[in-house]
Design a protein around this ligand. Structure first.
Ligand code: FCB
Length: 443
């Protein structure tokens, strides 16, 4: 970590932290919440490394007031939460479940009272199970159901949510949830998962107009990006890199910004109907960027490889507890690349997730020192600043995550929080990175 002072960010820059509903809320049957695909998946033997579920998670549903207190103490200007669709519509269709919306109503009011802008993601992967039973995102109808749900949420919270995010990481939901099956709903379709991409994007576009009809707040989507690092420089390696880049970085962004789908991944576009691309390209106000690491890619080694690329571990970098390489400059590279690629079509960017997992634990004095996380955040914020100096319009940065929480297929084994959570007692202990980030935000 450099000892040079952190460069200054402009006044009005949005400092925030992020979480998502299933990862922190618990209380999965409270207020008539219906089951989601993640409840089903987590309760299926062998799916989660430690056999845990999100049944209790951080019990945020009952402890939200304490957690808003932690946000206020941190001094952030924004908090990115996600709304659980199965709380609002337990079976994914029909009228709003008042008890579900009441919870978010209380949370949003508590945030505003604490001086924190609520930023709400509508879909952070917790699809109502009843919709999955009807085909989930493989079914075009789910896009229309999503817009209906967006309308119900905006009717209740549209006067107070300061930024809407329609979808979280549709790429990850497609690839891990429906390509490899590592995430819920656990389908293994490889490249036949493309309808999941298209229907999520269609749902996004339809939701944008539903939100605009009810709320004057800006609208965004949060995509996951990963710059490609080629492991070799043969033509075959370059072609593999272009295919992976198109799949991970362009599949969801090209059509959002009016360029249609990229050709390289080689998907069957049969599900794309006339007019869909116009719906998908509805103008957005902010592009949410989630970044964790670059991806090493080379040409596939076998002729019968099911994919047009092969992933290779990136050597020579420090690694997080997730074994992800720590590459702050990848964030600068990615932001500059987005700016170069999309030019004037690119809306202002907010980094909606950036963070790292380490095996943090309280020491003998009960403090939780996490110097690696401080170094991680320091490096990534400098990278954001460098991109801004190079002309990329970045207007905010959210740390993943406020709290240690239930990390999907990794269960409770990966701690991403600025605040340590003892899952047996639900005791929250701010780590040293919490104080570091608070001091930075204050400045
Ligand atoms: C992102 C997810 C988020 C969290 C982080 C570590 O892909 O959006 O929920 O799991 O990774």
């Amino acid at each position: 970590m450099t000892s040079a002072p952190m460069p200054e960010f402009p006044a009005g820059f949005r400092w925030g932290v992020s979480t998502s509903a299933y990862q922190i809320e618990g209380a999965v049957t409270a207020g008539d919440r219906g089951p989601s695909i993640w409840d089903t998946f987590a309760h299926s033997p062998g799916r989660i490394v430690d056999g845990s579920t999100g049944d209790e998670a951080c019990d945020h549903y009952h402890r939200y007031a304490e957690d808003v207190g932690l946000l206020a103490g941190l001094g952030v200007s924004a908090y990115r939460l996600s709304i659980a669709w199965p709380r609002v519509q337990p079976t994914g269709t029909g009228p709003a479940n008042a008890a579900g919306l009441d919870f978010y109503d209380r949370l949003v009011d508590a945030l505003l009272a604490a001086g924190v802008d609520p930023v709400a993601t509508l879909f952070h992967w917790d699809l109502p199970q009843a919709l999955e039973d009807a085909g989930g995102w493989l079914n075009r109808d789910t896009a229309h159901r999503f817009a209906e749900y967006a309308d119900l949420v905006a009717a209740r919270l549209g006067d107070r949510v300061k930024l809407w995010i329609t979808l979280n990481e549709p790429f990850v939901h497609m690839s891990l949830g429906h390509g490899t099956g590592a995430h819920a709903p656990g389908r293994v379709l490889l490249f036949d998962a493309f309808p999941v991409a298209h229907h999520q994007l269609l749902g996004h576009g339809l939701a944008v107009s539903a939100l605009r009809a009810r709320s004057t707040s800006p609208v965004a989507i949060a995509n996951n990006y990963s710059p490609v690092r080629l492991a070799g420089d043969s033509d075959a390696d370059r072609a593999a890199g272009a295919a992976y880049d198109a799949l991970h970085n362009r599949l969801f962004t090209d059509p959002l910004l009016g360029l249609g789908y990229p050709e390289e991944p080689g998907f069957d576009p049969a599900v794309v109907r006339a007019g869909d691309l116009d719906v998908i390209a509805a103008p957005i106000d902010v592009l949410g960027v989630n970044y964790y690491n670059p991806t090493g890619i080379r040409a596939p080694s076998g002729e019968d490889s099911p994919l047009p690329f092969e992933m290779v571990p990136l050597e020579g970098y420090p690694r997080t507890a997730f074994d992800w390489p720590v590459v702050p400059d990848g964030l600068r590279e990615l932001l500059v690349q987005l700016h170069r690629r999309y030019g004037d079509a690119l809306p202002p960017i907010q980094v909606t997730e950036s963070g790292c997992a380490y095996d943090d634990a309280p020491d003998a004095d009960g403090r939780v020192p996490d110097p690696d996380r401080i170094a991680y955040l320091d490096g990534h914020l400098r990278a954001v600043h460098e991109a801004m100096t190079a002309g990329v319009p970045v207007t905010g940065y959210f740390v993943w995550s406020l709290l240690d929480n239930w990390e999907w297929a990794e269960g409770f084994t990966k701690r991403f929080g600025l605040v340590h959570v003892d899952y047996a007692t639900q005791r929250r202990t701010p780590k040293s990175s919490y104080a570091w980030f608070r001091d930075l935000v204050r400045r």
